[in-house]
Write a protein that binds this ligand. Structure first.
Ligand SMILES: Nc1ncnc2c1ncn2[C@@H]1O[C@H](COP(=O)(O)OP(=O)(O)OP(=O)(O)O)[C@@H](O)[C@H]1O
Length: 299
């Protein structure tokens, strides 16, 4: 289990992480979702003691990372696959990890098999690896100590679709066997397909958190028509309050079948009619992303 309590990190006038608290639970994949610059990497770096917090704490299995006697056998970490020593071979990197953690030498071969690096690839220097191969090697290093907790920053970066599927299955299986997985991403879809729990961060603050089911469930209906004004008038005429969502659709608390009936009776052809599940999270995330882009453009 990973616990973050009232964590804050300031860089001069910038508050990168602003009083955040959340828990990544055992047996679950927790997705840490936020647009670029939201504070994800800073939070993960604090968890593994690469960056000191300004205030607050982060613990893994009840202990601060520096207090873990042999951290690699408790928590597997992959923050930046490109930061691995470029002059070493993949096999050398795994061997170093195996020796540092005091593990049997057979673990190196097991990890190479697990992450799908061939013997020839394992003997190449990392500077000649693709980003996808570096991610695989990084996952191997994170898993070599057979830890119960995994902390991964944007692990799907650089992986091809087959690699992304492989990573997802690996994380799912890890959590199903009782492990704790915390992974960050700036892509909603990536988190949506793999996470059980989601923590959304924007501008250093937690803006939503809960189980995937809770966050994706949005009451009401999403409806689209070519003539949105006319649809709005017809719905209003039937006493249905609908609001424009800004993406060419209307949202209403009324049920989809009622909206469909009213539109049909009013002679308005619909182009889409569905339960609004997921729309709330998507909208919130788009707003966060738009905010960040505006700030980026202003900078
Ligand atoms: N060492 C540093 N010095 C000053 N500011 C920093 C430092 N590290 C991060 N920041 C700032 O803190 C904020 C959060 O950055 P962080 O890298 O944690 O975001 P992120 O969510 O991981 O983004 P990305 O998806 O782009 O990696 C940003 O405004 C960033 O510019």
């Amino acid at each position: 289990m990973i616990k973050v309590e009232n964590l804050t990190k300031k860089y001069g006038a910038t508050t990168a992480v602003d009083d955040i608290s959340f828990t990544a639970r055992t047996g679950r994949v927790t997705g840490f979702l936020g647009p670029n610059g939201a504070g994800k990497s800073t939070t993960l770096r604090i968890m593994v003691a690469l960056t000191p917090p300004t205030s607050g704490s982060a613990t893994v299995n009840g202990q601060r990372f520096p207090d873990l006697p042999n951290p690699g056998v408790e928590v597997g970490v992959l923050l930046d696959a490109s930061a691995q020593h470029a002059g070493r071979t993949g096999r050398e990197i795994l061997t170093l990890a195996q020796r540092t953690m005091g593990l049997p030498s057979g673990r190196v071969e097991e990890m190479l098999d697990l992450v799908g690096l061939t013997r020839t690839e394992s003997e190449r220097r990392v500077r000649n690896y693709s980003l996808g191969m570096r991610q695989r090697l990084g996952i191997g290093t994170a898993l070599i100590g057979d830890p119960g907790v995994l902390i991964l920053d944007e692990p799907a970066n650089g992986l091809d679709p087959g690699g992304i599927r492989w990573m997802r299955d690996l994380l799912r299986d890890f959590a199903n066997r009782g492990g704790t997985v915390l992974l960050s991403s700036h892509l909603l879809h990536e988190i949506e397909v793999v996470a059980d729990d989601i923590v959304v961060i924007g501008n250093g603050r937690i803006v939503a958190q809960g189980t995937k089911a809770e966050l994706l469930h949005t009451a009401g209906t999403l409806v689209r028509a070519t003539d949105l004004d006319r649809l709005g008038r017809v719905l209003a005429g039937a006493g249905i309050v609908a609001t424009a969502a800004g993406d060419g659709s209307l949202r209403t608390e009324a049920a989809p079948d009622r909206v469909g009936e009213v539109a049909l009776a009013g002679g308005v052809p619909l182009t889409e009619l569905r339960n609004a599940d997921g729309a709330g999270l998507e909208e919130m995330f788009l707003e966060l992303t738009a905010d960040t882009q505006r700030e980026g453009a202003a900078a």
